[in-house]
Design a protein around this ligand. Structure first.
Ligand SMILES: [Zn+2]
Length: 334
């Protein structure tokens, strides 16, 4: 593991994850009056070993760690927070809304949760067997994730000063409902979490328990992030982003093209969400990828439905049609 320094006083610690992105970039910020850590990584033996080697290199035991800020509740960010918090005797902090999402996700699930899960996927054309397999997979994810005993919630938009560091905690929807980003206004540095990545298009999906129109939330967030005029963006995976504006423009274009493609694919007889997903993602998808592809397709469908370009039927599975009044010119813009 090689720790590097993308800017003065900011160490990037690549914590290995068993995902295609290979590492979660965790950051250690030196405020001059203690340290702040951003994201903890996934709880695997390799990731614990990586922190055990980073802790002495960065003197994390000799310098007080004021907080471990977790951007969002996904296992590759929150997974090791409880462990690291014990190790360093430092509080875990998250945006308040994201803390509530994590608690909801990690509470014991009931028959009502299964009913909601099953009816969501049945509505979009999935078989009972497939839905059951995804449910079992979800339980595995949940059981691999530990909620820290105490999380210090941060109000969205809060500014905090520590030593010579002024940090603004921004809440941004789309990837999760309340992802937290850290903005250093004097230094024009933005820690983007998974909201903007250098190469991958961050996942924006409709899930059984998610908000109604995550793509709209996401595109609105990108407009706000672009307006910051950041000089350097430090994401939670992959390389740093030196030109955030240009990267955001690529993401806008990606979603605009995908909206257009969805409208082109809809036939007079209508399709289910699953059928549309298989037409939109032409490459073979394994089970896990299909669930994400369906979620992303539905995010576009909901976005277009809210704009009036798509209608849906009431039957099960639900069918999707192009609406007669839906204008293609206005699509892809918020
Ligand atoms: Zn991630």
């Amino acid at each position: 593991m090689t720790i590097d320094y993308p800017a003065v006083g900011i160490a990037r610690v690549p914590i290995p994850v068993p995902l295609p992105v290979e590492t979660t970039n965790c950051y250690v910020l030196d405020s001059g009056d203690g340290l702040v850590i951003i994201d903890a990584g996934m709880d695997t033996p390799e990731a614990r070993d990586a922190w055990d080697s980073a802790i002495p290199q960065l003197h994390l035991r000799e310098t007080p760690v004021r907080g471990i800020f977790v951007t969002h509740f996904h296992p590759d960010h929150l997974g090791l927070a409880a462990w690291l918090s014990d190790r360093l005797e430092a509080p875990v902090r998250m945006i308040q809304g994201e803390t509530e999402t994590a608690r909801q996700y990690l509470r014991p699930w009931t028959d009502g949760d299964w009913d909601q899960f099953r009816s969501f996927y049945t509505m979009h054309g999935l078989s009972h067997e497939q839905t059951r397999a995804w449910w079992d997979q979800e339980q595995l994810f949940r059981h691999g994730l530990t909620m820290p005993a105490h999380v210090d919630p941060i109000h969205a938009g809060r500014t905090e000063c520590l030593g010579g560091l002024r940090m603004v905690f921004l809440e941004q929807g789309g990837h999760t409902e309340h992802q937290g980003l850290v903005w250093l206004p004097e230094r024009r540095i933005l820690f983007t979490g998974d909201q903007v990545l250098a190469r991958i298009t961050p996942n924006v999906s409709v899930w059984p328990q998610s908000g109604a129109n995550p793509l709209k939330e996401y595109l609105q967030s990108l407009h706000r992030l672009k307006a910051l005029n950041a000089g350097l963006a430090l994401p939670a995976h992959e390389a740093q982003i030196d030109h955030l504006d240009a990267r955001i423009d690529v993401l806008f274009e990606h979603h605009r093209q995908r909206n257009e493609r969805v409208l082109q694919l809809l036939t007079p007889g209508g399709q289910t969400g699953l059928e549309l997903t298989r037409q939109l993602f032409v490459r073979p998808l394994h089970d896990f990828q299909l669930r994400f592809a369906l979620g992303e397709t539905l995010a576009h469908v909901e976005y277009l439905r809210h704009l009036g370009a798509i209608r849906v039927s009431d039957d099960v599975p639900r069918r999707l049609w192009l609406s007669e009044g839906g204008s293609r010119e206005t699509l892809g813009h918020v």
